[in-house]
Write a protein of this length. Structure first.
Length: 723
């Protein structure tokens, strides 16, 4: 169905965003349960999810969400107060709605429905006395929203907020704002929501727009709508239909009759309003009153008839095909950035025209001027285009708030979580791929770092621990820090574990930083016992590998008894890097600028080795012959340039034939059949059409470090044998 009706995919994406907003709102309510604006925001999110769920065929979502929405309607009316128990139940409900959203239509079977019923039974304590939790899906109505059964078995079900009352006739005047479609609202869907509450008759005022007129705007709304609605639902239910448009559009709702009218009579009554679109409310009500009085004298009441809503057309097809291809990933973009792209595209067209004229006239001066303007425009377009993918990292912070809330409760710890720098922008791809490493690091902070309340008090600390997640820009990178005020890491314990696992020689004398780097070794763990959260030595090596795959670095600092800080540095984007183009033989390579520290020359005497040493500013640093490492064909030159890089405080040089110069490289990922290649992180296409390989400098530095360790170990063994 999503391939046939794009609205289904839009509903899924919007519901995911609403669930994220709902979770953030619930966690904020836990800090301030009296925040009624937060309660209203949570209610609106559930109201939108419920209405859209029934409209697009997600019947179980609509059925389940109805009672949760009712509970929060009672909260905002002052009948209930926000408690931790209610918030925990609602967070569980949010997770369940997400599971229902991800499930194909045929998978919403007994297990998911039973889970819905179990959660609804828990919410029953918050519902009005005598009300029943949501009915099983088999009895779910075929209308938008969860229909509430009437006490009269002959009366159909209606999508009311709360119990339906006696039938009534309502007059609604709806004057939509001209730009209503620009805000994501749709008058057709509003009519569909009204149609689910009863019988609706609509009279549109005003001439139809001239499609050929110069001032016609196809994305604007035209006209005024008078509606008569026959429904047992209360006036608050009708007002909720317009909850998202009442700020911009004019909406008037009045109850004009207690009781029901026949379909044809309702149509005839509405006809009395023809030509009264500009009349004030009292005139319209007086006109309706006179016409209604005359009509009631000649007719008798009839049973209400509910029409199926407009968007229900095709719902069977939606249920049968919702398991189709998933919706494409979407990204909300600031309109100003899109406007900039459109403006620059116009400038590009102008430049192309100028270039054609210069070529036809063989005017090199004009062509050179176009070239300068084109370079400026290309740089600006690159920056704006990359900005389209930039998102505030705060979009994932609420997930971590929920994680620490649930995890601290399961561990019996009291932890205050603080997220700083949520407006720091980062490439969407980086944000998506950094989530799992951050989750693991935060779990470690809570499990290994923060002590239980009694242990903290014995150490002279407050019972509440603190974990801080912060993000900020630093140069061309984003720096993310995870800080806890827990027990810290004992270097002696790390050393002991490293020696036991053979990661460190018993007589070695590493620095504290080198000791903490061992935490990222595969299988390494300082936990005394294995828990449900951590302790198996699985994860920190994956964390480091994933971060380095993003061209980032991770470091650990800790003070015993005071806490630990994990710092991650990431590039702003994975699409483009600044680097230096170097050449070895006929092969071209890119060295990322972020690791570059300088250049040097050397003369090669004798046979060159893959890894050698070279003096730089009074120190010996290892150098790698890229010619030998990559088996580049050709004769070894006697004079080489050395590109000096630094990773994690360690200097390593790379020997090349020549340095071409600085270059911005648009990164192209390696094909899957080349993913096993070491020391290469991607490729880029040069201006002349040739290809350069982008060096994975951290991997190369680790290779050199391993080669040096092996050489030193062999030399030490030789000296021992000689003695």
């Amino acid at each position: 169905m999503r391939d046939i009706d794009p609205s289904i995919g839009l509903y899924v994406e919007e519901t995911r965003e609403l669930l994220g907003e709902l979770e953030r709102g619930l966690l904020d309510l836990e800090k301030d349960p009296t925040d009624m604006e937060g309660v209203d925001a949570c209610f609106r999110a559930m109201h939108t999810i419920k209405g859209g769920g029934a409209m697009f065929g997600f019947e179980e979502i609509s059925r389940f969400t109805h009672d949760v929405e009712t509970v929060y309607d009672r909260v905002r009316s002052g009948q209930l107060t926000v408690t931790r128990e209610l918030l925990s139940l609602t967070l569980a409900a949010k997770d369940h709605i997400l599971a229902l959203l991800d499930a194909p239509a045929e998978a919403v079977g007994p297990e998911l429905r039973a889970a819905s019923d179990e959660l609804l039974a828990s919410f029953a304590a918050f519902l009005p006395a005598g009300s029943q939790p949501g009915k099983p899906a088999a009895a779910a109505p075929q209308a938008a929203g969860e229909a509430v059964a009437s006490a009269n078995p002959d009366q159909p079900a209606y999508a009311c907020e709360g119990r339906p009352g006696p039938p009534g006739i309502y007059w609604i005047r709806f004057r939509p704002a001209p730009r209503i479609l620009h805000t994501g609202n749709d008058p057709v869907r509003i009519l569909a929501d009204l149609d689910a509450m009863g019988l609706v008759r609509v009279l549109r005022h005003g001439p139809l727009p001239d499609l050929d007129a110069s001032d016609f705007e196809p994305e604007e709304a035209y006209g005024v709508y008078d509606m008569l609605v026959r429904t047992p639902c209360g006036i608050n239910s009708l007002r909720d239909v317009f909850i998202f448009v009442e700020g911009d559009s004019d909406v008037t709702i009045e109850r004009i009759h207690e009781g029901a009218l026949r379909d044809d009579d309702l149509t005839a009554l509405l006809g009395n309003l023809a030509g009264l679109d500009a009349a004030p409310t009292d005139v319209v009500l007086e006109t309706l009153g006179r016409a209604l009085a005359a009509m009631l004298a000649s007719i008798s009441q009839a049973k209400a008839q509910v029409r199926s809503k407009v968007a229900r057309i095709g719902a069977i097809e939606a249920g049968a095909q919702r398991q189709g291809a998933p919706a494409a990933a979407t990204l909300r973009v600031d309109a100003a950035r899109l406007d900039s792209v459109v403006t620059m595209a116009g400038e590009l067209v102008i430049l192309q025209s100028r270039l054609r004229q210069a070529v036809q006239a063989r005017d090199l001066d004009a062509a050179a001027a176009v070239d300068e303007d084109l370079e400026r425009l290309t740089d600006a377009m690159r920056d704006v285009a990359l900005g389209l993918r930039m998102l505030p990292i705060g979009t994932v912070f609420s997930q971590f708030t929920r994680l620490l809330r649930d995890l601290s409760a399961s561990l019996g710890k009291e932890v205050d979580f603080e997220a700083l720098g949520g407006d720091t922008e980062l490439d969407k791809t980086v944000i998506d791929r950094i989530k799992d490493p951050l989750v693991h690091l935060l779990r470690n902070s809570l499990d290994h770092g923060v002590e239980p309340p009694d242990a903290r008090q014995r150490a002279g600390k407050t019972p509440h621990g603190r974990v801080t997640l912060s993000a900020s820009h630093s140069g061309g990178n984003v720096v993310i820090s995870i800080i806890d005020d827990g027990r810290g890491i004992d270097p002696a314990v790390v050393r002991q574990k490293a020696v036991e696992r053979g990661l460190l020689a018993p007589d070695a004398d590493p620095s504290e930083k080198e000791l903490f780097d061992l935490i990222f070794a595969p299988g390494f763990s300082t936990a005394a016992a294995i828990s449900d959260v951590s302790g198996r030595g699985v994860g920190m090596d994956v964390v480091k590998r994933n971060i380095e795959a993003l061209r980032g670095t991770v470091e650990v600092e800790s003070v015993l008894g005071r806490g630990t800080t994990v710092t991650i540095k990431l590039p702003l984007t994975l699409a483009i890097i600044d680097g230096f183009n170097v050449v070895v033989g006929r092969d071209s390579f890119i060295v990322p600028l972020v690791t570059l520290r300088g250049f040097q020359e050397r003369f090669v005497t004798g046979e060159a080795r893959t890894v050698e040493n070279m003096e730089r500013m009074g120190d010996l640093i290892p150098v790698v012959s890229l010619r030998r490492l990559f088996s580049v064909p050709g004769e070894q030159p006697g004079y080489e340039r050395v590109v000096v890089t630094e990773v994690e405080g360690e200097m390593v040089g790379f020997c090349v034939d020549r340095v071409v110069g600085r270059q911005q490289a648009v990164i192209k990922s390696l094909d899957t059949c080349y993913r096993h290649l070491k020391w290469i992180s991607g490729t880029t296409i040069n201006g002349d059409g040739s290809i350069s390989l982008i060096l994975d400098v951290p991997q190369l530095v680790r290779f050199v470090r391993g080669q040096e360790d092996s050489r030193l170990h062999a030399a030490k063994a030789s000296r021992t044998l000689a003695q």
